[in-house]
Design a protein around this ligand. Structure first.
Ligand code: NAD
Length: 468
């Protein structure tokens, strides 16, 4: 079946088509419509036209549309999840979970409302904080979690009265196109639209005078380009960028328990998660035992086609990322790393056997940079202050975790980490009513929570003199 773009309420062919590669096999399995600049202009114009009436509906008027959309996504969960398994790779159960979570997020934000806030009211004056929609929002997405990451933008942006154009990563366009196909029967024309590109529409979308807000999730280098491009028109923007999250293990943990936790935190989606654990610091006394326990779990991973229920780990999502991770592996070998297991390409697609690496210097590339793949460095420390300093030495500051047998102690250490979110004895808990965002080069702005909704609004102070 040929997918179509959603532009101005109509399901539309692209100006051309682009191949979609199945990373499990390394070959094209479908084609996606590819929009050209004219179609992008049409979408922006339609979004601008639609936004006035959409905003005028108010929260109560908009809510039923979002509820229907969430319901449609939930009803079509299996179909979307199968597409996701094909285009991004990974176990079908994880893809189903991702789609359900996207539906939950849209449902959650449908139920939210930003109320006016009275700052001062007395006989002389009335000062109120009001918030109104910014206008046309462009959501630019990465390929690792196409559904959830989009829902964290769609729900808050739409419910606050903005219209949204979603531009998925070129390598995972189909699941987003499916959302557009569902939305076509639900939203008024122009409220939600989909544009697929070949990495070429970003500059137009992020510099266009009629786009009010660019909500970008992706790598830090591209995020910096977005920032540059938004400057000319002083656009509002949200940047959710890369991370190099540290897990700090304290000396009071049960090693087998923490190995389960860290394995799950690091190898989820074959390490291709912004919040995945990307480096581990453990006390020298237990580092070897921990690395061995992690290696045992990595060896038990079943790599394969996500449609096979036995599969526990999928491939790297695209060839470029596959080659990038292989380069990290090579550099780790050159810098003296010991591979306890994994690191070799395997199978016909972009698979890499999950790797546990010890013995690297703290300034090794694999420790300092974001690998975004199934290769985990385990570093030894002598004093916890050293681990905290290493965790904080990064240019990134997205997430991080402290693992301990003593939660009070964990909270103390956690409170010294410079990052947008820090977990203690759990990982990647991201409740929808809690904001998340990056410190340092991991981003600017917040998503989710009331703060994430506020980021899609303009603050207006109403200041009235009531008495002469
Ligand atoms: P990427 O930066 O290569 O691409 C992201 C998107 O930007 C794609 O849709 C791409 O087409 C588009 N793009 C490319 N050039 C552009 C330009 N000049 N202007 C505007 N848009 C442009 O990122 P990726 O490789 O798809 O994703 C992986 C990265 O995303 C990792 O660094 C990961 O940590 C990060 N990420 C962050 C979060 C978060 O919430 N902080 C979540 C998921 C992924």
């Amino acid at each position: 079946m040929m997918h179509r773009l959603l532009i101005d309420g109509k399901l539309t062919d692209g100006a051309s088509v682009t191949d979609v590669i199945d990373p499990t096999r390394g070959e094209a399995f479908a084609q996606a419509p590819r929009a050209d600049k004219d179609q992008a202009e049409q979408a922006i114009a339609a979004a601008k036209r639609a936004q006035v009436d959409w905003a005028a509906l108010g929260y109560d008027g908009r809510r039923p549309y979002l509820e229907r959309f969430a319901e449609a996504i939930a009803t079509n969960r299996d179909r979307i999840a199968e597409t996701l398994t094909r285009e991004r790779g990974g176990p079908i159960a994880d893809c189903r979970f991702e789609v359900s979570r996207a539906a939950d997020a849209i449902r959650h934000f449908a139920s939210q409302k930003i109320e006016d806030r009275v700052i001062r009211r007395n006989e002389q004056e009335l000062i109120v904080e009001q918030r109104y929609a910014q206008g046309v929002v462009v959501a630019i997405m990465p390929w690792n979690r196409p559904m959830t990451l989009l829902s964290f933008k769609l729900g808050p942006a739409l419910i606050t009265g903005n219209t949204v154009i979603a531009k998925p990563a070129p390598s995972t366009p189909l699941s987003t196109l499916l959302l557009g196909e569902l939305a076509a029967d639900i939203f008024p024309a122009g409220v939600f639209q989909t544009l697929v590109d070949a990495n070429d529409l970003g500059p137009l979308l992020t510099s266009h005078a009629d786009v009010a807000h660019v909500s970008f999730t992706g790598s830090t280098p591209t995020g910096k380009k977005v920032l540059d491009s938004a400057a000319e028109t002083l656009k509002r923007f949200t940047l959710e960028l890369g991370g190099n999250d540290a897990a700090i293990v304290l000396d009071d943990v049960d090693v087998e328990w923490v190995a389960d936790k860290i394995y799950a935190a690091a190898f989820i989606n074959a390490g291709q998660v912004c919040y995945a654990t990307k480096r581990v610091y453990a006390p020298r006394a237990i580092v070897e035992r921990l690395a061995t326990a992690l290696a045992k779990r990595a060896q038990a991973a079943v790599l394969g086609d996500g449609m096979d229920p036995a599969t526990t780990m999928g491939p790297l999502q695209n060839k470029m990322q596959f080659e990038k991770v292989l380069a990290f592996i090579e550099s780790a070998r050159e810098e003296g790393g010991t591979f306890l297991t994994g690191g070799q390409p395997t199978g016909e697609g972009y698979f890499i056997a999950p790797a546990i690496v010890t013995g690297l210097p703290n300034d090794a590339r694999l420790v300092q940079e974001e690998q975004f793949g199934p290769v985990l460095p385990i570093q030894a420390y002598d004093h916890v202050d050293e681990a905290i300093a290493e965790a904080n030495s990064s240019d990134y500051g997205l997430g991080g975790t402290i693992w301990t047998g003593d939660v009070e102690r964990g909270i103390e250490v956690a409170s010294r980490i410079e990052t947008g979110t820090i977990w203690v004895n759990q990982h990647m808990a991201l409740p929808l009513d809690v904001p998340f965002g990056g410190a340092k080069e991991s981003g600017i702005g917040l998503q989710n929570g009331v703060e994430g909704m506020e980021d899609f609004t303009q603050l207006r102070i109403l200041n009235a003199k009531l008495a002469a």
